[in-house]
Ligand binder design. Structure first.
Ligand SMILES: Cc1cc2nc3c(=O)[nH]c(=O)nc-3n(C[C@H](O)[C@H](O)[C@H](O)COP(=O)(O)O)c2cc1C
Length: 158
């Protein structure tokens, strides 16, 4: 059965990992895209994204609704924003109720801790089986080739 990769990426790191999984498993992909784009440079980037997390905003998504019931394995990937998942996932979790799936979690960060982000994702994903979790430090800018291999090994062992 086909797997699905759901992710959000502002600067391409999470997208890099999502594409590796997609290519390796021939997965379908749902890239969350916000109607209003977050700034992706300088101080504004942290300000707007950070504010969005702190105020638990649910930014409007451009994506068409998809039927996730046809997938039994789902990968969910996000950058860490202010210690947790990026705000577009607030909208996603509000719109989609995922149950009885096998879930792989992947998160990208700038060097901070990922425990809280994984815990918060798992809270939203109760009723599913978490089959794996993996984290990266800015994988696009840091040891890209190593991170590609790390992802392939991860998938192989799930
Ligand atoms: C709004 C915002 C908040 C962030 N907060 C954190 C954080 O709390 N901890 C951390 O380690 N990195 C943080 N980062 C860095 C990103 O998580 C990191 O650069 C990640 O690799 C970006 O993924 P992307 O390229 O898919 O957007 C933050 C970045 C942004 C834009």
């Amino acid at each position: 059965m086909k797997s699905l990769v759901i992710y959000y990426s502002l600067e391409g790191d999470t997208k890099l990992i999502a594409n590796i999984i997609k290519n390796e498993l021939n997965s379908d992909v749902l890239e969350l895209r916000t109607k209003k784009q977050y700034p992706n440079k300088g101080f504004k980037k942290y300000l707007w994204g950070g504010k969005s997390v702190i105020f638990k905003e649910k930014p409007k998504l451009l994506n068409k609704y998809i039927d996730i019931s046809i997938y039994d394995k789902i990968f969910i990937g996000t950058p860490i924003w202010a210690g947790t998942y990026a705000a577009p996932f607030n909208t996603f979790f509000n719109e989609y109720k995922i149950k009885n799936k096998e879930i792989g979690l992947f998160v990208c960060h700038g060097g901070g801790r990922s425990n809280k982000c994984f815990d918060n994702l798992k809270k939203e994903l109760k009723g599913n089986k978490i089959i794996g979790e993996i984290e990266y430090t800015n994988p696009l800018k840091n040891n890209k080739e190593e991170n590609i291999q790390k992802t392939l090994n991860w998938i192989k062992n799930l």
